[in-house]
Design a protein around this ligand. Structure first.
Ligand SMILES: CC(=O)SCCNC(=O)CCNC(=O)[C@H](O)C(C)(C)COP(=O)(O)OP(=O)(O)OC[C@H]1O[C@@H](n2cnc3c(N)ncnc32)[C@H](O)[C@@H]1OP(=O)(O)O
Ligand SMILES: O=C([O-])CC(=O)C(=O)O
Length: 382
């Protein structure tokens, strides 16, 4: 293998064949199973879209009804998982709590019948159903409260907001949240999905697959950027400070959170839809002061970095939507994870269909034939 074939970060290197989603990064197009995201966002729901992603086609009325029913039925989590979560430190990050809880599901359900479609379906249903319950449970537990049981009369998104706030959510808020989940559900070979696929390729159980993907999503270069964006907007503090802040960041060669993408060289289509959702919420519940800062920052970054193809990504406007929905900043990435479970499961299933263990090569750049030096003859490096 030569240095010429090595691409840091595997940029542009195809790592799998997939029919799940398609991105045109120059035109800002995203399709799930061939259907434009914009069409799904206005006409579908998160659960219907999750079905589409995992099983490859839109469900019939009966299939959707039975899928929704099964998810409702499996929303509760075992008291032992709740008790385990009560032992987590309240100061711990929600993504760490989620990774540990997702992995813990494997203790109860990891039968690994990977060639049995019923096992695959049940595992997908359990994960889609229980992950939101676990995310909401940690939020209540860390505030010193008991988790709220899922409400059987509520849809997926409304039920999550209910478990989080203990109040029946506003209709617009629930619909907006559902669309947010749909927008974050899948995005081809991103880092967390790749992580899920590597884990899946060893034929381990799906709970380990999802736990490894959650760990990868949390980093600030990936899903964790949505929290960082809000912190940055708070730090900027005023519209007047946007340009001086940006100048300083660029001088220090720092990244501007929520901007840039390996594939998109224009504004991420999800950011456009999220911005629109934020505006719908502002119209009903009042404008967020940070929105004006965000708009000014988008403009300033475009002037400075637009020529390099650096525009807002999905993480730029999502936090402003979640904030208006009353979701605390350090939970933003867990919300992303609830949605992305659908995409991870779709890739898990696709990977199992034509599995070969991931085992890439490396370019060894170390030494050879070094003598072993006994401890007393060694000198410290510094
Ligand atoms: C859900 C998601 O994962 S969406 C991405 C969320 N992450 C972020 O918002 C974090 C900020 N963005 C970034 O760090 C990057 O744009 C990434 C990680 C998303 C993509 O990284 P890569 O494809 O490896 O691009 P890379 O980091 O090599 O950047 C290429 C060039 O653009 C610049 N650049 C990229 N993103 C940014 C940014 N946000 N702010 C300033 N400059 C940037 C780099 O400095 C680099 O410039 P150079 O060629 O002059 O050295
Ligand atoms: O595709 C990527 O690299 C990151 C991303 O936008 C996502 O995972 O949604």
């Amino acid at each position: 293998m030569s240095v010429d074939t090595y691409r840091p970060g595997l940029e542009g290197v195809p790592a799998a064949k997939s029919s799940i989603s398609y991105i045109d990064g120059r035109q800002g197009i995203l399709e799930y199973r061939g259907i434009r995201l914009e069409e799904l966002a206005t006409q579908s729901t998160f659960l219907e879209t999750a079905y589409l992603l995992i099983w490859g086609q839109l469900p019939t009325k009966e299939e959707l009804k039975s899928f929704q029913h099964d998810i409702r039925y499996h929303r509760r989590i075992k008291y032992r998982i709740r008790d385990m979560m009560k032992c987590f430190p309240e100061s711990g990050h929600p993504m760490d709590a989620l990774q540990a809880s997702a992995a813990a599901l494997g203790l109860f359900y990891s039968r690994r019948a990977l060639d049995d479609p019923i096992y695959i379906r049940n595992a997908a249903i359990r994960l889609l159903a229980k992950i939101p319950t676990m995310v909401a449970a940690f939020q209540l537990i860390r505030q010193g409260n008991d988790p709220v049981q899922p409400c059987d009369d509520m849809d997926y998104a409304a039920n999550f907001l209910y478990m989080l706030t203990e109040r029946e959510p506003d209709e617009l808020a629930a619909r907006v949240f559902d669309v947010c989940l749909l927008l974050h559900a899948e995005h081809s070979m991103n880092a967390s999905t790749f992580s899920a696929m590597v884990t899946a390729s060893t034929l381990t159980d799906p709970y380990a697959v999802i736990a490894s993907a959650v760990g990868t999503l949390g980093g600030p270069l990936h899903g964790g950027a949505n929290e960082e964006v809000l912190t940055m907007l708070e730090e900027i503090g005023s519209v007047e400070n946007v340009r001086p802040y940006l100048e300083k960041k660029l001088e220090n060669k720092s990244k501007i959170m929520g901007f840039g993408h390996r594939v998109y060289k224009v504004k991420d289509p999800r950011a456009t839809i999220l911005q629109n959702l934020a505006e719908q919420l502002f119209e009903k519940f009042g404008r967020d002061v940070y929105y004006d800062i965000a708009i000014e920052l988008e403009q300033a970054v475009e002037e400075k970095l637009g020529a390099k193809g650096i525009y807002p990504n999905v993480d730029f406007y999502s936090g402003l939507v979640y904030r208006k929905l009353g979701i605390p900043t350090d939970m933003f990435t867990s919300i992303f994870a609830i949605a992305r479970v659908a995409g991870w499961l779709a890739h898990w299933k696709e990977q199992l269909g034509e599995n070969r263990i991931f085992r890439p090569a490396q370019l060894y750049v170390g030494m050879h034939d070094r003598p072993y030096i006994p401890p007393k003859e060694r000198t410290a490096l510094v």
